[in-house]
Structures are given as structure tokens and as C-alpha cells.
Design a protein around this ligand. Structure first.
Ligand code: FAD
Length: 483
């Protein structure tokens, strides 16, 4: 499998969940949970990991109310649990309210533009939607108080600081500061809306957001904060004399059991195609990706049928029961693997269809030069867990797949599009430094594929076609694991 390590328990503020801990953590919990179900082979998830880590760090002090977690659906031991939670695409975000008794798959949590601030605000919206009975007990009220409440707080001071954030209706600053101060004692934070201008004038609040402070001795006035920003308010309040961090009795963070799966790098021949990669890819595709769909019907079912027909008729690959990457090894466990094998499987299918068109006899696809590409296209669009990838691929297909008139052109079309994807992903966080994204095949793999025309590197497409047919042809398949 390859233990993926996008998040590390202990090092990141992200709570790392797995099949053993996710139910226990989210069920009947005194806090809410925001869980990212991701897949370590999903390039988009790799690219998003720094944002998720930053979010978890940013809301670390909210942990008694809501926790930020992640679960890797690519890990073999988690396959079952991701199916139970109905996860089809990565990343999928789910919100679990506090005190959920029965098993639930959580509420869909959309962070569409996925900027840290937007996600944080959405978390607050979800927290505010808790009914009173199920609000995390450590979460203070996030609703605004009225002017009369402000006055009674001033009259009845109880020896603690009371901070009142005045803000406009659409502002989240007050709620953020309330949550930031959860672990601090000797202070209470409230928020009030700025609708009543006369009242603000009376208190001497010139603009919003502003922080009005009632001191333990009963005196009160505007807090002197350099900039009206969440971080300035929070840090000002946290550093008031006698305001201290409580030692919260939080449940233990699920500790990461030492995973003995140490990945050993094995040398292999880059000019060869390894059966192990294709079989492992097909295993993952059928037993994990498709198995995640509880029931298939209609168009989905047809898409699967066509893909399996094409794959079974022309690939001659047998299903294995374990995953082992050879030519698709990554230099780190979260890199390459499944998506690499999927490309190789797709190229193998187009090459085999060109070499043995008769393989598709009696399938209803005979004589259709686009049969394989269309089956791939629909598979990717319907089932591939990386939704972003599926959408990009569909866009390319819509643009130019129609121009494919022969099986050879199908081979070249997929090659060209794959290079286009490589080009787009060069320099991305999901790029394996051992396998830089460069136009492929490189000159050392196929000298004849490259020409210089007026000093510019150009493809000789006839040679590329020959090379692809050799590289992805059955005679280049290696059954053993070493070169
Ligand atoms: P891969 O690109 O996976 O290639 C695997 C192997 O194929 C290479 O090692 C090489 O031997 C061979 N190869 C390379 N180029 C070609 C070529 N032009 N023709 C034939 N063979 C070639 N990731 C994202 O982050 N965003 C996306 O939008 C995205 N879209 C994808 C769409 C599809 C349909 C697929 C299958 C994957 C997509 N991915 C996407 C994943 C990404 O393309 C890579 O698979 C992943 O980053 C792993 O890269 P890799 O180094 O193993 O090489």
C-alpha cells in the first residue's frame, strides 16, 4: 500500500484519523469535527495539504469546540471506512456535529474556493447552526448580545475581564475572537452588532470592528488595538494581566501508531513496463475506486461495463489481490502509485487496440477508432476519485477527441494529452523529484523521437508512434520486480 504521510500526528495541528479512530472520535463527541477525507495519490489533495495544515494551526485554540482532522482513503486499512462514509471523490469535507449518537456520514462541507479564511468562516456558520442541546459545551454563545446586555455587563462586573467586540452584521471577527479565547481563563468575550449608532457614540466607539473592555475592577473603555483585525484583538486579550491559558482536559490526540511500512526503493528499468503496476492499478480501480460506489445503475453502470469490456478484451491483465508498485514507485509514499498506473493502463489499452483491432470483435465497438478513448474518457469522468483531474481530462476530450479517426491516432492523442497534463503539473507539489514532469519520451529513452527543426526541439510523430507501440506493447512487459 505505502503509508501516506501528508499529515503527521503530533507535528501538525491536524488530527490524523484512521479506520480505528474515526468512528470513536466523531461519534458522541463533546466537540464538532471537520474531517477532510483525502487520497494521498490525488495531486490536488497534496497541493491543498499546506492550507489544511495552516487552517488547523490557525484554529488550534478552537479545539474544545471543533477539531480539524484528516483521513487518508488511499491507505488500504482505510478503504472500508471510506466506503462506509460514502466518499467518492477527493478531497471530500464532512462536518460532524457534537453528540451525534447514531452513525452518520456527516454533513457535506463545501469550501468551494477553499481559501483558509472562507473555510474558517464556514466552520463558524456550522457551529452556529448547532441546536442548543448539541452545541459543544465548551463553545460559548456566538450570537450577538443587545445594547441592554452590554449595559448590564458594565453594571454587574464579576471580577473577570469582559471584552465586547462591536462589529457589523457581516463581520466574523467577533466570533473568531470568542473562539480564540476559549482556552483562556479570567476573561469572557461577547459580540454586539453596530446597528445602534447612538449607543456606540455614547460608549465612545468610533468605528467597527472595535473592542470595548470591562476591567475586573469595573472600569471600562475602548481597548487600544493598533489594527482592527482578529489577530490583533485576540493577542491583545490573551496578554492582559491575569488572563491565562487553562489546562484543558482534552481527550488524547489519537497517536500515530508506528507504521512499520518502511518503503524501500528498488531500482527498475524505466524503459520497461511492469505487469505489477498495471495489475495493481486495475486492482485499485476495481476493488477500491469502484467498490466505493454502493450501487451502480443506468449510465454509470454502462460506463463501467464498457470500460471493463475494453480492458478485459484487450489487456490480458489478471487481477491481483495486493498492490505493489515497481515502475510506479514514488520516492515518497504519497507520490505516483495509482495515478501513474492508470496512465500506463490507458496507454496500454490504446496501443493494444491499435495492434489487435480484432480483439474488439463482437463487443459492439468493432471498427470504432475512438472506442478505447471514449471508454477511458467516461471512466475518468464518472469514477476517477480526483474530480479536478476528471474535469480537466473531459475538457481536453471535448476539445479534440472527435478528430481521432484511426486507432493509431488514438495512441497519439492520449500521448499528446498526457504531455499536456505533465506540462501543466510541472513544479506542482505532487511532482516527484525523481520523476520530473518533462515532455515524454525524453531524448535518452527515444532519440529518434526528437528532431531539431531550425534549432528547435520537435517531435517526429511517426517515431513517437513506433516508440509507444514498443513501450506499451506486450513484448515490453516485465513480470518480475527487478530489471
Ligand atoms: P505520470 O504522469 O503518472 O505518468 C506515468 C508514466 O507514464 C511516466 O512515468 C512515464 O513512464 C509515462 N509517460 C509520461 N508521459 C507520457 C506520455 N505523454 N505518453 C505516454 N506515457 C507517458 N494530477 C493533478 O494534480 N491534476 C490533474 O488535473 C491531473 N489529471 C490527471 C488526469 C488523468 C486522466 C490521470 C490518469 C492522472 C491525472 N493526474 C492529475 C495525475 C498526474 O497526471 C500523475 O499521474 C501524477 O502526478 C503522478 O505522476 P508520475 O510522475 O507518476 O507520472
Amino acid at each position: 500500500g505505502g503509508a501516506a504521510r501528508l499529515y503527521r500526528a503530533g507535528e501538525d495541528a491536524v488530527w490524523v484519523l484512521d479506520s480505528g479512530s474515526v468512528r470513536g472520535a466523531t461519534a458522541n463527541s463533546s466537540t464538532a469535527w471537520l474531517v477532510q477525507f483525502y487520497s494521498s495519490w490525488c495531486g490536488h489533495c497534496i497541493g491543498y495539504a499546506p492550507t489544511w495544515r495552516a487552517l488547523a494551526g490557525d484554529v488550534r485554540d478552537w479545539a474544545a469546540a471543533v477539531r480539524v482532522a484528516a483521513l487518508d482513503c488511499a491507505e488500504e486499512k482505510n478503504h472500508e471506512v471510506c466506503r462506509a462514509y460514502d466518499i467518492h471523490f477527493y478531497p471530500t469535507f464532512r462536518y460532524f456535529k457534537a453528540f451525534t449518537k447514531d452513525f452518520t456520514t456527516g454533513e457535506n462541507f463545501k469550501g468551494p474556493d477553499r481559501e483558509l479564511q472562507t473555510v474558517r468562516h464556514t466552520m463558524i456558520d456550522f457551529l452556529q447552526n448547532h441546536t442548543d442541546r448539541r452545541r459543544p459545551p465548551a463553545c460559548p454563545s456566538l450570537d450577538p448580545i443587545r445594547p441592554s446586555d452590554v449595559l448590564s455587563l458594565i453594571d454587574n462586573h464579576d471580577g473577570r475581564y469582559v471584552a465586547i467586540l462591536f462589529e457589523s452584521n457581516s463581520s466574523y471577527v467577533g466570533r473568531e475572537v470568542i473562539l480564540d479565547l476559549i482556552p483562556y481563563e479570567n476573561i469572557v468575550v461577547k459580540r454586539a452588532l453596530s446597528a445602534d449608532k447612538a449607543f456606540l457614540d455614547k460608549l465612545g466607539v468610533p468605528s467597527v470592528p472595535s473592542c470595548y473592555l470591562i476591567y475586573p475592577n469595573g472600569s471600562h473603555g475602548l481597548a487600544n488595538v493598533a489594527k482592527p483585525l482578529r489577530s490583533f484583538f485576540s493577542s491583545y486579550l490573551k496578554s492582559l494581566p491575569d488572563v491565562r491559558k487553562k489546562s484543558l482536559s482534552l481527550p488524547e490526540k489519537p497517536s500515530e501508531e508506528e507504521n512499520s511500512e518502511i518503503v524501500v526503493w528498488r531500482e527498475f528499468d524505466r524503459s520497461k513496463l511492469y505487469t505489477a503496476d498495471l495489475e495493481s492499478g486495475l486492482h485499485y480501480l476495481l476493488r477500491v475506486e469502484l467498490a466505493a460506489h454502493k450501487a451502480l445503475a443506468g449510465a454509470e453502470l454502462n460506463t463501467l461495463k464498457d470500460f471493463v469490456t475494453v480492458a478485459a478484451k484487450i489487456s490480458g491483465i489478471f487481477l491481483t489481490s495486493h498492490i505493489k508498485w515497481v515502475g510506479c514507485q514514488g520516492s515518497r509514499p504519497e507520490l505516483r502509485g495509482y495515478t501513474c498506473s492508470l496512465w500506463k493502463l490507458f496507454h496500454t489499452l490504446t496501443v493494444e487496440a491499435a495492434a489487435h483491432p480484432e480483439a474488439l470483435d463482437d463487443t459492439g465497438f468493432e471498427g470504432d477508432p475512438q472506442a478505447v478513448l471514449q471508454a477511458i474518457r467516461r471512466y475518468v469522468h464518472t469514477f476517477f476519485g480526483c474530480k479536478e483531474c476528471g474535469e480537466h481530462f473531459e475538457e481536453m476530450a471535448r476539445e479534440s477527441m472527435d478528430s481521432v479517426k484511426t486507432p493509431d491516432q488514438a495512441v497519439l492523442w492520449l500521448w499528446k494529452k498526457h504531455n499536456q497534463v505533465n506540462n501543466r503539473l510541472a513544479g506542482h507539489l505532487s511532482e516527484d523529484p525523481k520523476f520530473p514532469k518533462v515532455p515524454w519520451p525524453t531524448p535518452d529513452l527515444c532519440p529518434a523521437c526528437h528532431e531539431e527543426i531550425k534549432g528547435l526541439d520537435s517531435w517526429n510523430e511517426g517515431q513517437v508512434l513506433l516508440f509507444l507501440k514498443g513501450h506499451y506493447g506486450s513484448s515490453n512487459l516485465v513480470d518480475t520486480y527487478s530489471a
